[in-house]
Design a protein around this ligand. Sequence first.
Ligand code: SF4
Length: 409
Amino acid sequence: MAAQALPFLRWSRSASTLRACSSSTATPHRLLSTLRRPAAAARCESGSKAMLKGMDFSELENWVRAQGFRPGQAMMLWKCLYGNNAWAHCHDELVGLNKDFRKMITERADLKALTVKDILTASDGTRKILFSLEDGPVIETVIIPCARGRTTVCVSSQVGCAMNCQFCFTGRMGLRKHLSTAEIVEQAVFARRLFSDEFGAITNVVFMGMGEPFHNIDNVIKASSIMVDDQGLHFSPRKVTVSTSGLVPQLKRFLHESNCSLAVSLNATTDEVRNWIMPINRKYNLNLLLGTLREELCLKKNYRVLFEYVMLSGVNDSMDDAKRLIELVQGIPCKINLISFNPHSGSQFKPTPDEKIIEFRNVLIQGGLTVFVRLSRGDDQMAACGQLGEPGDYQLPLLRVPEKFQVAL
Ligand code: SF4
C-alpha cells in the first residue's frame, strides 16, 4: 500500500556511517560496491542454500537441529542476524559463532536477499534505497527521519501492485512479483544497518511501500513477526503498521494472527468515488469493510485502526465528505491521517490546497475524531506516499472518470 512518492539527490555519506561486510578501512566507494555486489556473484551464493532471513526463530532452530547442531546455537545465529547491532550481512560478520557451526552456515546458507542499487536523498533528508532482487526487478524502501527522534522505514511487499488505485504511481505498474519473507525483512535490517549511526534508532516500520501487503499476506505476517521478535530486531508491535486498501478476508486474518498495527487506506466516503479511485471497493465495499472493522475491533483491547485519507482536490475533499466520514467511522476505534496528494507523471488528480485540508481536519475534530495531517516527505525524489516504482512502457489502464468529476480533474 504505497504512500505517496518523493524526488531525491544521489546518495553521499561518510564511510563511518556505513556498515558493510568489508574491513573498517574501506572507502565509501568500496563499501558501496560491496553492497552492490554483482547479481551473478549473489546468485552463485544462493543456489539451493537455505535463506536464513526467510525463517522465523522456530524454523531457524529446526534448521540448525537438522544440520546436526545444538538448537541453542540458533539463538546465537539469530542475534548475529538481527540483534546486538550486528545485522550480519555476509558470512564474515558471523562473529562469536563456533568454527564448525560457522563453516556449516557458510556452506549451506545464504544471509542476503537484496543488493543495494542506489540510495537517493531528498531535500528534506528522506532517503530512498533502490534494491535489486536476485532475479532482476528493483524495489524501493524509504527511510523517513523525524525531528522528534522517530525514524520510520517504509517497506515494500511486492514489485508493483495489482490494486490499480488511480492516484498511485506504483499502481500503474500492475503486479510483477510478490516479495519473499527474506526480501521484506531485509529492508528493515538494511535501514538499521545503513542509517542507525546517522539517524539514531530506526523506531517504526510501515508497510506502505510498493504493493498491497495483504495480497502477499503469508510473507507479510511472517516478516512482521520476525521484526517484532524481542530477541532480534525488537520493534514494538504498535510501531509496525501494515496498511491495506481493504482486502476484507485477509484483514480479518491479520487481526486474528498478528499483534501489529493496522492502517486502512480509505480515501472516499461514497462507494461511487471509492469504486472509481480504488477498484478493490467493487469487491469489498465501504459497508462491508467498515462493518468488518467494527465487529473485529470490539474483540481487541486498546487497539485503534489508522484510516488514511489522501486528499484529492474536488474529488473527496468537500465538507460533506468530512461529515460523511464522521458518520462512517462511528463505533470504530480509530485515528484519521489526512495525506496531501503527491502528484506524479501522468497523474490526473490535483492536491487539495493546505487551507482546505485544515478546514476538513477541523470538521473531523469537531466531530470527535483524532486527526493527524501527514506532510509530504521526500517528494522531490519520488519517495513520497504513492510515488514509488517505475511503471515502464507497460502500464495498467486508467479507469473512466465519472462524469461529475471530470471538471475537477
Ligand atoms: S495501487 Fe493501491 S494498494 Fe497498490 S500500492 Fe498503490 S495505493 Fe497501495
